[in-house]
Ligand binder design. Structure first.
Ligand code: ATP
Ligand code: AH0
Length: 366
């Protein structure tokens, strides 16, 4: 087990939107954050995206085509030459069904350790699911450290607007993330994934750049209400989602014009967050937003219009909203190497605190 000393850890995240690999350095002892270093982004090519997309929904043992090789090669290219003591490798989520078949993050950490000549922590989510947890979200322990790093002295909330949205409420005055009252976290609902899928289907575009199409449309209130009737929004946290859990919400906007449909899907994602905010134990001073959705001014405006607290991109407090998840897995890797928990009942519903992840050392032959 690693001693409590500060080191540079390199985290790598390949998110649900399948756009590429984010890699970022964080200096940490697994408890405090001391600073952030270089970051890189390695985009997937169109062909690679097609391979990964075809593998979505598949489980270990299924035919994955060349998806595993694509994930490994992209990570080798993203991480090579970045200097670190330890790597945190999330992999690519292909399927997530914590109450059923489990959770599947594609990527061979042992092969990555050999290729990089560095120790790699990987398979962060399975142990949590085996102990009855959701296996997600896992960034909350890092969000708690971020709240302390930015010097917050009152509860704050972090919102990640990726393919799926996830919300963390955290009280930085509670010293350890696993202690009572430190955290509440869960997936809010769909965020960008349905908007992207819709844009691809109707306009052959990957996303609604700047929310421009949504801005020109009108929200269909009836469709929005039907969406909010989904049982997921009544469930108490912890709770988590598969990327495609809400894939058929596109049917709710099927009869609308492109602009009205984009406006309505954007409003649905924002409304899911607003429902989620009702679970905060106390109103947070600020909602700090990371992930690609913070670049969508229509979604941000919808949140600002409905919330009493300040809604700001994490850049306003000196963090990097494109790299927060990659940094999170670097931070979590150090916790795993030190045997510290990475999730608890308040973040995933797990029965006992879990240090989730496998540590692979590079072999000499690698
Ligand atoms: N300028 C922009 N305007 C509108 N939307 C944007 C913009 N930039 C990014 N996005 C949205 O953000 C998405 C990417 O977000 P992000 O990289 O946070 O997702 P991810 O990390 O793959 O997802 P997850 O956190 O669910 O794993 C894009 O697919 C797009 O929908
Ligand atoms: C199973 C899985 O990969 N979930 C992702 C996904 O993307 C956002 C949301 O759904 C969150 O639950 C999680 O990622 C972040 C990094 C997390 O674990 O905190």
């Amino acid at each position: 087990m690693l001693k409590a000393e500060r080191m540079w850890a390199l985290g790598a995240m390949s998110g649900t939107s399948l756009d590429g690999v984010d890699a970022a350095l964080v200096e940490t002892d697994g408890e405090s954050i001391f600073g952030f270093g270089d970051s890189r982004y390695r985009a997937y090519t169109k062909d690679e995206q097609a391979v990964l997309s075809a593998a979505l929904g598949r489980w270990p043992g299924d035919d994955l085509g060349s998806a595993e090789a694509v994930v490994l090669q992209a990570h080798i290219e993203a991480l090579s030459g970045m200097s670190a003591a330890l790597v945190g490798f999330h992999g690519q989520t292909l399927a997530h069904d914590p109450g059923g078949r489990g959770t599947h993050q594609l990527g061979d950490g042992a092969a990555l350790a050999d290729a990089l000549g560095l120790p790699v922590v990987w398979d962060f989510r399975s142990a949590d699911v085996r102990l009855g947890g959701q296996g997600a979200p896992l960034a909350p322990f890092f969000h708690h450290a971020c709240a302390r790093y930015i010097g917050a002295d009152a509860p704050v909330a972090f919102l990640n607007l990726g393919g799926v949205g996830n919300l963390t409420w955290t009280d930085p005055k509670v010293r350890r993330p696993e202690d009572a009252g430190a955290l509440i976290a869960f997936d809010t609902g769909p965020a960008n994934a349905p908007i992207n899928d819709f844009m691809m289907a109707r306009r052959n575009l990957p996303y609604d750049e700047g929310g421009r199409l949504a801005r020109s449309g009108t929200v269909a209130e009836g469709a929005l209400e039907l969406f909010l009737d989904e049982a997921y929004f009544l469930k108490m946290p912890p709770k988590s989602l598969d990327r495609d859990a809400f894939a058929d919400m596109i049917d709710l906007v099927g009869e609308l014009s492109d602009a009205d449909a984009a406006a309505t899907l954007t409003a649905m994602s924002a409304a899911a967050v607003l429902r989620g905010m009702e679970h905060c134990p106390t109103p947070p001073a600020r909602l700090l937003v990371c992930g690609g959705g913070r670049h969508n001014p229509v979604m941000m405006d919808m949140l600002r219009a409905a919330l009493d607290c300040e809604v700001a991109p994490v850049e306003n407090v000196g963090l990097d909203g494109d790299m927060l998840e990659a940094q999170a897995f670097g931070y979590l890797a150090v916790r795993v190497a030190r045997g510290l928990p990475t999730s608890c009942a308040a973040t995933t519903g797990v029965r006992a605190n879990v240090s989730g992840g496998t540590l692979s050392q590079p072999t000499e032959a690698g």
